[in-house]
Design a protein around this ligand. Structure first.
Ligand code: 0PR
Length: 366
């Protein structure tokens, strides 16, 4: 920092030049985040000075967090679910497993059993909580092999995890079977729906994956992915609202004397924005958005196959994965751990973007 400051104009122009170096969304085919809804952006600014870490000072904003958790609970078939707004799927997954660990203090060398598809946030979680991570191999269609999972749990298992909307292949584990395994082992069942939570409810004939499944104890669900919220906005939802209390620490000088969240200071800006989007779009708005993403996903699959690529799975969600590694220059695609070419067809990946991409693929192969 210099002794003397610059004018606002100078600073903004400096920053805007750097912002111009960022990739444009219409070239990004690999992201699970998208351009926030305009109402989320407007509300974000309105709430930029709020701090949910000291909710007694911001009772109105704290009410909005409760409303958001209630709306998310409703979407997950449990309007009375407990929970709070996190910084994203990583924090939600970590906090869920912390709860699972606290519930079984008698286990000396605890482990968790996760699908091969599990997001790397579980590696971080196990490192921080000193847990063994048992990874269940894929079964059919890149979903978890539940028979193997049942064999891999034991008396030291504190939690099993299912993924509803896998990061790499967009697949949905058989949550009912995973929840039954947890019940039989008398351990916690966490569903990572960080990505799928805003997609699956709006598909035609969605599978059961949420609190409608008996035995599911907690869910991660991120408004900053397909909830069109500003970053960072995730959520941890709990079947038993009291379950969060086991994480509480004393926060004597704050307006709330106990705190269960991982971070202390938490912005209300993204939370209010996420709630605004849900209230504004309603289920119909989300259904239309997801229908559009699915239509574009199908168009991408047809177009890629016409160019000689083969789909690895039939997309259930807005993720399409192909064999064949090469993509045209200028586009940001991604690759799975098995080196499959992966696309996430978010709302910013419009039909025009897809046609433009497919034209480049065709030209590249000529
Ligand atoms: N669970 C699942 C199923 C996820 O897909 C992700 C993130 C997480 C948990 C962790 O969420 P946070 O990153 O919010 O903590 N999935 C993407 C990933 O890591 C996130 C992402 C978003 C990646 C935008 C790239 C990108 O440009 O691959």
């Amino acid at each position: 920092m210099k002794d003397e400051g610059c004018s606002m104009g100078e600073v903004l122009s400096f920053l805007s030049d750097l912002r111009d170096e960022d990739l444009h969304h219409d070239r990004i085919l690999s992201s699970m985040c998208t351009i926030p809804h305009p109402i989320a952006i407007a509300v974000h600014e309105m709430f930029s000075a709020t701090n949910l870490g000291d909710p007694g000072l911001y009772p109105g904003t704290a009410k909005i967090e409760d409303l958001l958790i209630h709306s998310l609970g409703e979407l997950m078939h449990l309007p009375d679910a407990g929970g709070y707004c996190t910084s994203g799927g990583t924090e939600s997954n970590l906090q869920a497993i912390r709860i699972a660990k606290k519930l079984k203090p008698e286990v000396k060398e605890p482990n968790i059993v996760v699908p091969a598809s599990a997001h790397f946030s579980f590696d971080k979680t196990c490192d921080m909580l000193d847990l063994e991570m048992r990874v269940v191999p894929y079964g059919t269609n890149y979903t978890v092999d539940t028979e193997k999972m049942a064999e891999m749990v034991d008396r030291s298992t504190i939690a099993v995890v299912a993924v509803a909307g896998t990061t790499e292949y967009g697949m949905i584990d058989d949550v009912s079977v995973v929840a039954r395994i947890a019940e039989e082992q008398n351990c916690f069942c966490h569903v990572d729906a960080a990505f799928g939570g805003f997609v699956i409810p709006f598909l035609e004939n969605p599978p059961l994956f949420d609190f409608a499944v008996t035995g599911v104890d907690s869910l991660s669900l991120d408004p900053h992915k397909l909830g069109l919220a500003t970053i960072p906005c995730g959520s941890l939802l709990l079947r038993d609202p009291k379950a969060l209390n086991c994480l509480s620490v004393d926060s004597p000088y704050l307006t709330m004397k106990k705190q269960c969240t991982l971070v202390g200071t938490r912005s209300g800006a993204d939370v209010a924005g996420a709630y605004a989007v849900m209230k504004h779009l309603g289920r119909e708005g989300f259904r239309a958005m997801i229908a559009g993403c699915m239509e574009n996903t199908r168009r991408l699959v047809v177009g890629m196959e016409a160019c000689g690529y083969s789909r690895v799975v039939d997309p259930i969600m807005n993720v399409a994965v192909f064999t064949g590694e090469i993509a045209p220059v200028g586009w940001k695609v991604s690759y799975t751990r098995n080196n499959h070419l992966r696309f996430v067809v978010m709302p910013h990946v419009t039909c025009d973007v897809i046609e433009c991409f497919l034209a480049d693929v065709a030209a590249m192969r000529e």
